[in-house]
Design a protein around this ligand. Structure first.
Ligand code: SAH
Length: 349
């Protein structure tokens, strides 16, 4: 059995409490404190007897993320959180405020081993996968700190969620369960670099979440040059897996396409992209690449971005340009964590 109490399902928690001689209704109370009241310590669980609290502290430490830094954008109110895990690892999460509600972008791993050339999160490699509770707690802490309900969650921060499949799945069930925050599955998006077996498995889970694929190129060759993972899973194989996802779930897949100046942003690239995808039931999200200090990629100018979009629209493709949020606060994936780690290296700590 897991020794991480906040990663347990309610039935697991009931089984655990009865196994240590407690009444199973205590599990419902404790679960409510952790996943609805979002408390971070057993001492805050007012209706739990002191003796049980002490026993739990010893047997099942309740851990919570600590906010190590918070940056707020002066442009759009976007907030970037740097959280410290109980073992000292750092992760980051982003809160974006939209008219339709608050959206939180969470990390699924501390670091990443996928190696995408334009991405800051992967520079130091993978430290470890996050526990379900550590994914949940990014949402919980942000909701508590802001006092505002989180209505959408995107798993698009540091890490490859399908490289942490079992924890991801448990996280989704805990987050959307009626005894927890009860966030709608339709309000959750999982973004992957294209791990085919993971996509196929996810399609069969009977979920209503949105899948986003980081496509970023219209040919196998270009994709390989930007994303090493493409060598393992060929572009058509990845697209077939997405098609399967759509057939099984009825959920339209989003293709993310980071526009990199002089690399994949020409009108010819747009033409090729149309040839590759056809006119199926999908959506393309264009993301002008966010320059990363350690990388040499540049953002295309606005004219190239708009021309790319126009070209796709002419083919009848559903396309949006991602609004850049938090431009002034190191917006791109993994950059805040990266700069903090670089600082630590400099100080030799
Ligand atoms: N590993 C998953 C989710 C994390 S990355 C994935 O690959 O989808 C989230 C998204 O941000 C991906 O589409 C990724 O390619 C993109 N991304 C990473 N670095 C970026 C940058 N510097 N500029 C623009 N998009 C970036």
């Amino acid at each position: 059995m897991s020794t991480d109490i906040k990663s347990m399902t309610l039935p697991e928690l009931r089984a655990y409490l009865t196994s240590i001689g407690e009444k199973s209704f205590r599990a419902d109370q404790i679960y409510g404190w952790m996943h609805r009241q979002l408390v971070t310590s057993y001492d805050d669980m007012k209706n739990i007897p002191q003796s049980l609290r002490e026993k739990l502290k010893e047997q099942m430490p309740l851990t919570a993320l600590k906010a190590a830094d918070v940056l707020t954008s002066g442009i759009d109110g976007t907030q970037k959180y740097l959280f410290e895990l109980s073992d000292g690892n750092l992760i980051e999460s982003v809160l974006m405020k939209y008219k339709h509600g608050n959206s939180v972008c969470i990390s699924s791993q501390a670091g990443c081993r996928m190696g995408c050339r334009f991405c800051a999160s992967t520079i130091g490699g993978l430290n470890r996968c996050l526990l379900p509770s550590e994914m949940l707690d990014q949402v919980y802490r942000i909701q508590t700190l802001t006092g505002q309900r989180v209505s959408n969650v995107v798993v698009m921060g540091t890490g490859e969620p399908l490289d942490n499949y079992d924890h991801l799945l448990r996280f989704i069930h805990l987050l959307t369960g009626p005894e927890g925050l009860n966030i709608s599955q339709r309000s959750i998006t999982v973004s992957t670099c294209g791990i085919v077996p993971g996509i196929l498995r996810l399609a069969d889970e009977n979920l209503e979440i949105t899948l986003a694929l980081s496509l970023h190129a219209s040919t196998q060759e270009k994709r390989e040059s930007l994303m090493p993972v493409a060598k393992k899973y060929e572009i058509h194989e990845v697209l077939n897996a997405c098609r399967y996802y759509f057939e099984k779930t009825g959920r339209r897949v989003t293709f993310e396409y980071a526009l990199v100046g002089g690399v994949n942003d020409s009108e010819q690239d747009a033409e090729q992209l149309h040839r590759l995808l056809g006119n199926g039931n999908f959506h393309i999200n264009l993301i002008p690449v966010n320059p990363v200090k350690e990388r040499s990629y540049v953002q295309p100018d606005r004219t190239a971005v708009l021309a790319f979009q126009k070209k796709l629209e002419k083919y009848g493709i559903n396309v949006t340009i991602r609004r850049e949020m938090g431009r002034d606060i190191n917006g791109a994936c993994g950059q805040l964590r990266r700069s903090r780690l670089a600082q630590k290296e400099e100080q030799g700590t």
